[in-house]
Design a protein around this ligand. Structure first.
Ligand code: PMP
Ligand code: GLU
Length: 398
């Protein structure tokens, strides 16, 4: 059977595939340190679970409005206003089955065949395939490590053509942990406004920020930009709710209505009881978030320090999210890549076999000199995992 062209060009999600592989090895009894996983290792807070249980007991188990229940849209609107100072109406909000789904819906309604969408690299693995599923052309722009892997206005200007329609920004970033300071966003805003680019601001890690930084996105730096920006977020990361599948987009009503229309013809509403849980997450006590961020900050310091002790390994200090993206290219010429394999893929494979450590190859994020380690795992596993990496690299001769 010949499958449709649109799916033949799409690889499976590398992050999810690696996580599945690590879990499979663990199930076979292999002691793998899983740095592959991109989800908090904390439990969903009790009051959120209780809200879902209550929803089941009260029979809140039927179809809901396609784009989300009014109560959840109100909770999202309140958070966006209180936390970011951005004002929205319910017609400007769509709740979907995870942030990934909200992005997918948006790309389908915003971009056409031939439209170019700028994706700064390193990027989250799903942006290019999702754009290709919309028949748009991802324009990958490599950012520089010495600029903290953040896009500069000059780099942005250099790739804009008459076909450029959009720009994706993700801060704090998966996979680098880099955070755009407000001043850098202001500089980018001028270019974005001059070329009337649609901005997709993937803010899914906005609450996971270290060192007392304050969050900013492009919609916040200029009111005119809010008219052409879609703010993307969800409860997966902030409230340790990856399995519940609730994400949302906020932006111009016309596109939100179109994306909701698409959702009505595909998935219908996100799960009713998960929506009730999300209301509890967004409106309830926020202390679990602060506790989680404090723990991630401790681990960030620890893993960063440990990695820098390995000869030849360089790494930026992440300002947010729960990933670190060390440059391991000093070891590349000491192992042989299989035909067609990326250099970071070869090193990640070596680490899995030799050190029993799962890491995602940087090539999957468009930066082949690095590997991504998620520190959403315990302090003890971080210590074990990094010393195994150090030993395995030492064996290659350092
Ligand atoms: N954006 C980024 C950068 C992510 O890392 C993720 C995590 N998968 C998402 C969006 C979507 O997360 P979810 O679908 O769980 O809301
Ligand atoms: N965003 C997480 C990661 O990058 C979860 C997996 C995924 O959805 O890609 O690992």
């Amino acid at each position: 059977m010949e499958l449709a062209r649109r799916i033949r060009q799409i690889p499976p999600s590398a992050t999810l595939a690696l996580n599945a592989k690590a879990k499979q090895l663990q199930a076979q009894g292999v002691d793998v340190v899983n740095f592959g996983v991109g989800e908090p290792d904390f439990e969903t807070p009790e009051h959120i679970k209780e809200a879902a249980i209550r929803a089941i007991r009260e029979g809140f188990t039927r179809y809901t409005p396609v784009g989300g229940i009014p109560e959840l849209k109100e909770a999202i609107i309140r958070r966006l206003e209180e936390d970011l100072g951005l004002k929205y109406e319910p017609a400007q909000i769509m709740v979907s089955c995870g942030g990934k789904h909200a992005l997918y819906n948006l790309f389908q309604v915003l971009f056409d065949a031939g439209d170019e969408v700028i994706v700064p690299a390193p990027f989250w693995v799903s942006y290019p395939p999702m754009l290709m599923l919309a028949e748009a052309t991802p324009i990958i722009v490599r950012t520089r490590e010495e600029n903290g892997f953040r896009l500069t206005p000059e780099e942005l200007k250099a790739v804009i053509t008459p076909r450029t329609k959009g720009l994706i920004l993700n801060s704090p970033s998966n996979p680098t942990g880099s955070v755009y300071p407000r001043a850098e966003l202001e500089a980018l805003a001028e270019v974005v406004l001059a070329h009337r680019l649609i901005v997709i601001s993937d803010d899914i890690y906005d609450k996971i920020l270290f060192d007392g930084q304050t969050f900013a996105n492009l919609a916040m730096v200029d009111p005119r930009l809010k008219e052409q920006t879609f703010v993307l977020n969800g409860v997966s990361k902030t409230y340790a709710m990856t399995g519940w599948r609730i994400g949302y987009a906020a932006g111009p009503a016309k596109a939100i209505a179109a994306a909701t229309n698409l959702q009505s013809q595909s998935t219908s509403n996100p799960t009713s009881i998960a929506q009730k849980a999300a209301v509890a997450a967004l409106t309830g006590p926020q202390d679990s978030v602060a506790q989680m961020v404090a723990e991630f900050a401790w681990r960030r310091d620890d893993i960063h320090r440990r990695l820098l002790e390995i000869p030849g390994v360089k790494s930026l200090r992440p300002g947010g999210a729960f990933y670190i993206f060390p440059n391991v290219s000093a070891y590349f010429d000491r192992i042989q890549a299989a035909p067609g394999q990326s250099r970071s893929g070869m090193l990640a494979e070596y680490l899995l076999e030799e050190a029993r450590v799962a890491a995602v190859p940087g090539g999957e994020f468009g930066e082949d000199t690095c590997i991504r380690l998620s520190f959403a795992t315990s302090r003890e596993r971080i210590a074990t995992g990094v010393s195994r990496i150090a030993e395995a690299l030492q064996k290659l001769g350092g």
